[in-house]
Design a protein around this ligand. Structure first.
Ligand SMILES: *[C@@H]1O[C@H](CO)[C@@H](O)[C@H](O)[C@H]1NC(C)=O
Ligand SMILES: *[C@@H]1O[C@H](CO)[C@@H](O)[C@H](O)[C@H]1NC(C)=O
Length: 655
């Protein structure tokens, strides 16, 4: 090769480089490198799971035991000032396993339900049972006996472990019903006044902490079911989402994707029976080998002092938590914390900005994903307001689409051949994700029909199958994903999904109610939607606010109790005989424009009282009043139960 050719090659390489540089600056997304970095990380994590599987790590329990070997004396859970090391948790969970090992009626693969609020024993029982190869069902402690019974039955649980502080809320009838169905009941106490009910705490004192035989713990396949976690999907009672070991191991990696490490200290205030606190939180801690400060309940007034006291560096949130924190009176030293990463969902842009301004440069990672879903988004750029990001690479990992959606008919728009239509960029549409072997939909336990309802078939071609998230999303020009609304039969309030049909069913049990249509209305300044019920009365029956109040208190969890009631002459239905909700949602609860009688739930007088124009005006003022309200721990519906409203004399007229 002569120098001339060499120079030529050298120059052309230089030119090509310059063109590449120009092209990348001009046409590539400004986030190109971050996108690539995130993509590579995702791939690495995927490979990590596979690599571990080849070494016999198939479950969270396996991961936990590995971590116990690595760092036995490292604090794992800190609860009310007490430190539980990895080894402590391992030993106590062994004790739980030893107790259940002696139960001949229970064997590997059986399901055991867990009804406990946040405390270390939640984790001990969970891991102890997992070590015996049981499938574990987490139950929401806010549910009423009727719903709980349904949950225990659908997950086919053979036994139920009840936390000491949950017992008080249960009806005796519930216990008897379970016993009648041959479901073993275990109380987290030393003694019990019930006959045929076992107690666990006393037995833990008198059993060895030896590991159980490894063949019981071993999972042969990662696609086996590990957990049932209840979600209020779109219709009816809560449904048990099937969670495989593989799903757990993937979800546990979320904090690692934010750049968290083993030195980090995580703060968990969300309930453990949700996937977020249990898997992203506790599971994430195990994945990192980090420490978790666990709290019984979120308390806005103790939040930052806890963070400072324990050197917290990470926390999990739902949007409401950040809002409560912003509403706290300013404290000196509230920025003297070490928190660097917050992970969660539901944070609105305005709160997000305020939060950063006030509490300092914390990297906030929003994610999107349903417990049972096969699609998730992750906002690794920390772009304010976005729930995720779609890069050119992400398409390799999952296959999703946004479909044009008719909110009035409540169904996807079809073209003239009957196929669904994709939205244009920047346009909101229904998020659906293709069901395939690599993005499976595991469905709901014992409810084939509900599982099927979450699927859309023949979307673009005959025979294709998509998971319907029920969420309207939007992707902007830069590829950021925004949540717009939830369609159909659920709405979110205080971090819980409210299934409108379930609430309607409960209201329908009253003898003066002919028909009930439940929906969520937005209230200015609040995340989510607050419950409202339109009710048609049985002819010549009167509305009875006191009885309705007692009824919803008895049968519905706090977050699902309708705050507003609208009495209607007739209920409009869609062409498919579903209740129309769209116009009701839009009309909201304003007595200035609605001529139908309106009522609202007043805790103070323990009744639904007429919603007058005066109460309405005070409700809107609430935005200012609730700023003074400083503990998110207080009741979910504090906005309407504020003292100022309670003092309104109940001299009302309306009907
Ligand atoms: C455990 O129970 C056995 C009999 O059930 C009893 O003999 C033993 O003393 C108990 N041990 C302790 C530490 O309480
Ligand atoms: C928090 O960090 C400081 C400084 O590194 C240390 O002195 C203190 O002991 C830590 N506190 C806890 C509870 O770990």
């Amino acid at each position: 090769m002569n120098w001339c050719t060499m120079l030529y090659m050298w120059l052309s390489a230089l030119a090509a480089g310059a063109v590449m540089l120009y092209v990348s600056l001009k046409f590539l997304s400004p986030y190109f490198w971050e996108d690539l970095n995130y993509f590579m990380r995702r791939i690495r994590f995927k490979m990590r799971i596979t690599r571990r599987a080849s070494k016999g790590i198939h479950s969270l329990t396996d991961m936990f035991m590995l971590q116990v070997q690595k760092t036995p004396n490292k604090p794992f859970i800190i609860y009310e000032g007490n430190v539980h090391t990895y080894q402590d948790v391992d030993r106590r969970s062994n004790k739980v396993a030893q107790v259940f090992l002696r139960q001949e009626a229970l064997k590997k693969g059986d399901t055991i339900a867990l009804l406990m609020s946040n405390e270390p024993d939640f984790i001990h029982v969970w891991f102890g049972l997992a070590k015996l190869g049981f499938v574990i069902t987490f139950l929401n402690v806010n549910l009423h006996s009727r719903s709980l019974l349904h949950c225990v039955n659908t997950s086919a649980a053979k036994a139920l472990v009840i936390g000491a502080d949950c017992l008080g809320c249960l009806e005796e009838e519930f216990i008897f019903q379970l016993l009648k169905n041959n479901i073993g009941i275990w109380l987290m106490s030393k003694s019990s006044s019930f006959q045929h009910v076992d107690t666990l705490l006393d037995k833990l004192d008198n059993v060895s902490d030896d590991p159980v035989p490894p063949h019981l713990t071993a999972q042969t396949s990662m696609i086996n079911t590990a957990l049932y976690i209840f979600t209020s999907g779109s219709t009816g009672f809560p449904k048990a989402a099937v969670i495989s070991h593989l799903k757990i191991l993937s979800v546990c990696l979320l904090f690692a994707q934010c750049g968290a490490a083993s030195q980090d200290i995580m703060y968990i205030t969300l309930p453990l029976y949700h996937i977020s606190a249990s898997l992203i939180g506790i599971g994430g801690c195990i994945e990192l080998g980090a420490t978790c400060v666990l709290k019984k309940k979120f308390s806005a007034s103790q939040f930052w002092s806890d963070c400072t006291k324990y050197n917290v560096t990470l926390f999990l949130y739902i949007g409401e938590i950040c809002r409560y924190l912003c509403h706290q009176p300013k404290n000196e030293g509230e920025r003297d914390h070490l928190v660097r990463i917050a992970l969660g969902n539901g944070l609105r842009p305005a709160v997000w900005e305020e939060f950063l301004m006030r509490f300092g440069p914390i990297r906030i990672f929003e994610f999107y994903g349903a417990t049972e879903g096969n699609i998730g988004f992750f906002n690794y750029i920390n772009k304010i307001g976005a729930v995720g990001r779609v890069s050119i690479f992400l398409k390799f990992l999952s296959s999703f689409e946004l479909l044009k959606y008719d909110v009035w008919k409540e169904e996807p728009v079809k073209d003239k051949h009957g196929w669904c239509v994709k939205t244009l960029k920047g346009e909101a549409g229904l998020l659906v994700a293709r069901v395939s072997p690599s993005t499976p939909f595991d469905g709901y336990a014992g409810n084939q029909e509900a599982s099927e309802r979450k699927l859309l078939r023949d979307v673009f071609v005959k025979g294709d199958v998509y998971f319907n998230t029920g969420d309207l999303m939007l992707i902007d020009q830069d590829g950021f994903v925004y949540f717009t609304d939830r369609v159909g039969d659920t709405f979110r309030w205080k971090g819980e999904n409210v299934a409108t049909l379930e609430v309607a069913e409960v209201l329908g049990m009253l003898d003066f109610v002919q028909e009930a249509n439940v929906y969520g209305v937005s209230v200015k300044g609040y995340e989510g939607r607050i419950g409202m019920a339109a009710i048609v009365l049985i002819s010549d029956q009167q509305f009875d606010g006191k009885r309705l109040y007692k009824h919803v208190m008895d049968f519905l969890p706090r977050y699902a109790q309708p705050q507003f009631v609208r009495i209607m002459e007739v209920m409009k239905t869609t062409t498919t005989f579903k209740h129309q909700k769209g116009h009701l949602v839009n009309e909201g609860f304003n007595p200035e424009i609605i001529s139908d009688p309106l009522y609202f739930l007043d805790e103070h007088v323990k009744s639904y009282i007429p919603l007058t124009k005066e109460i309405y005006r005070r409700l809107l003022l609430e935005k200012i009043i609730s700023n003074k309200q400083n503990d998110g721990q207080n009741d979910a519906l504090m906005m309407v139960q504020n003292k100022h409203i309670r003092q309104i004399p109940a001299k009302q007229d309306v009907m």
